[in-house]
Design a binder for this molecule. Structure first.
Ligand code: NG6
Ligand code: CA
Length: 512
């Protein structure tokens, strides 16, 4: 494949015009680089481009201003593991029972025999990389990983040539980076042990030693009170590996640096980068250069830090002349939560900021804010700035990008993913006819209506102050007239309930 840009810069001015004409034609045939920037727990209202005046995110806004800002885009699930599983595989997580929020020692949730979006890019000749938060398990089964050796199966078995990841979340052990399936900086004389069953004798726990929690204390009744790392207690037990422990303040720097390096090392060939930030998941411990800058406490500061990471990616692309022909999707894995387990004063300092925008609920919730997330597609070479109200789901990213590469999705792969490339490129303003979302219950939405399946789950999650949207009664909301899902119209429109329920029943009957 011939990249034409260097030719232009070297060409004599008289030659420039014909070359640009050729270039414009050829450009379409140069496969774009693709980057998915997946934020953690960033809500619809948390990025400036969605209109809340309380937060400034100039880099994310710049991306939105160069691309398409979608107003009705959804993660598949209202928590991380099922959301990410669905995005990467094009298979609804709710079809499997073992895709709930994973422990830090979970086995791989995506099985090596599954085809992921990374496999698809790899087969098309792309360099593929995953950097940042993983939270989809490693190794064969829970607790069986060789943390002190080569952790296998791992990301190389599901399409990623390169990986630099946090195994789970910031609040779960092991608190180390794993690069190409080996823990970084591990001292063989200080091996690491991880357990989600039993504490290790002699290792202090947060619940017994509040005086050791000099960075963050857990919120009451959340349970992040086990292993202590860097003055913060976490979920799970761990021992050893002292030199390998991450420094929370530096996580954004560490992973952004690796993402930028991946871009630099692969700037001469097409690449696919899955960049999943730790921001703004708890524990939120932004670098001192962001601390105190949002006026909203650690949660707002973590948003500024996320925005900085976005800016670094954009700068790396510009530096290498890749900005034009790189398609970036920026989105979040689930909706917002304010107190998710640590006393970081996010609730007290939130002020007038509305992480959920106009929507009800948040992370964990069946209501809109659980899955309606920021979503931008930018590709300067091909996309003009616009907003789109099209109905979009992460489930379709796989098949749509496959279409972009001119490939058909292999038989059996990404069975729930549909080609929505025209929607993602702004040519189709309607998008999907319906989407399915997962929280405590399943729901089905069209652009106008949303039906939440009745269930036994709690209506309210007190520890996070979240309206979960579970009810024993069927719920039907008109999202056009009632964004905040206040008026349950199920009794008034039983025919709508039936129609949406039938869609879901048809989906559930599929056995793939
Ligand atoms: C919850 C944790 C929460 C967070 C979440 C996963 C408790 C009480 N809360 O179970 O702090 O870690 O799991 O978040 O344990 S996610 O964004 O990765 O899905
Ligand atoms: Ca999340």
């Amino acid at each position: 494949m011939i990249k034409t840009i260097p030719l232009i810069t070297k060409a004599a001015p008289a030659l420039l015009f014909p070359l640009i004409a050729v270039c414009a034609q050829e450009k379409a045939t140069i496969p774009p680089n693709v980057i998915i920037i997946l934020a953690d727990d960033i809500g619809y209202g948390d990025l400036g481009f969605n209109g809340e005046p309380t937060i400034r995110t100039p880099n994310a806004d710049r991306l939105a201003n160069n691309g398409i800002r979608f107003t009705d885009a959804h993660a598949v699930a209202a928590t991380c593991t099922p959301s990410r599983y669905s995005l990467l595989t094009g298979h609804y997580a709710w079809r499997r029972k073992d895709t709930g929020i994973a422990t830090g020692d979970a086995g791989m949730v995506i099985k090596p025999e599954q085809t992921t979006i990374a496999d698809m890019f790899r087969a098309a000749g792309y360099a593929t990389g995953a950097v940042g938060k993983w939270h989809l398990g490693l190794g064969a089964t829970q607790g069986s990983q060789d943390w002190n050796g080569f952790i296998t199966p791992g990301l190389v078995d599901i399409g990623f040539d390169y990986s630099y990841i946090m195994a789970a979340t910031g609040d779960r052990v092991p608190c180390v980076f794993v690069e190409n399936q080996r823990i970084v900086n591990l001292d063989p004389d200080d091996p690491i042990s991880v357990s989600y069953k039993e504490p290790f004798p002699g290792e202090p726990l947060g619940k017994d030693h509040p005086e050791m929690l000099y960075v963050l204390k857990p919120s009451v009744n959340h349970g992040h009170d086990q292993a202590i790392v860097n003055g913060i207690s976490r979920i799970g037990y761990m021992k050893g590996g002292k030199k390998a422990l991450w420094v929370d303040e530096d996580i954004a720097d560490n992973i952004t640096h690796k993402a930028v390096r991946f871009i630099e090392e692969n700037h001469k060939r097409p690449f696919f980068l899955y960049f999943a930030t730790n921001d703004i998941h708890v524990p939120r411990v932004p670098h001192p250069r962001f601390a105190g800058k949002s006026g909203m406490g650690a949660r707002g500061d973590a948003i500024l830090q996320f925005d900085w990471s976005v800016g670094q990616i954009l700068a790396a692309l510009e530096k290498h002349g890749l900005a034009e022909n790189t398609l970036i999707i920026l989105t979040s894995d689930n909706g917002p939560v304010v107190d998710d387990g640590y006393q970081d004063r996010a609730v007290e300092l939130l002020g007038n900021h509305r992480p959920w925008g106009d929507f009800r609920g948040g992370k964990y919730s069946n209501f809109e804010a659980g899955t309606r997330v920021p979503f931008v597609v930018s590709w300067p070479a091909r996309i003009k700035q616009q907003a789109s109200d099209a109905l979009v789901s992460h489930i379709d990213i796989f098949a749509s990008l496959s279409k972009l590469l001119g490939k058909t999705v292999p038989v059996g792969a990404a069975p729930d993913s549909r080609d929505q490339l025209n929607t993602l490129l702004g040519k189709d303003k309607k998008g999907r006819d319906y989407i399915i979302e997962q929280a405590g219950a399943l729901s089905v939405s069209t652009a106008e209506w949303k039906y939440i399946v009745p269930g036994e789950g709690r209506a309210y999650r007190a520890i996070t102050n979240t309206e979960l949207g579970n009810s024993k009664e069927p719920q039907l909301y008109n999202l056009q007239k009632d964004k905040g899902e206040k008026n349950n119209l199920a009794a008034k429109h039983p025919e709508k309930v039936e129609e949406l329920k039938a869609i879901l029943d048809r989906e559930k009957a599929k056995t793939h």
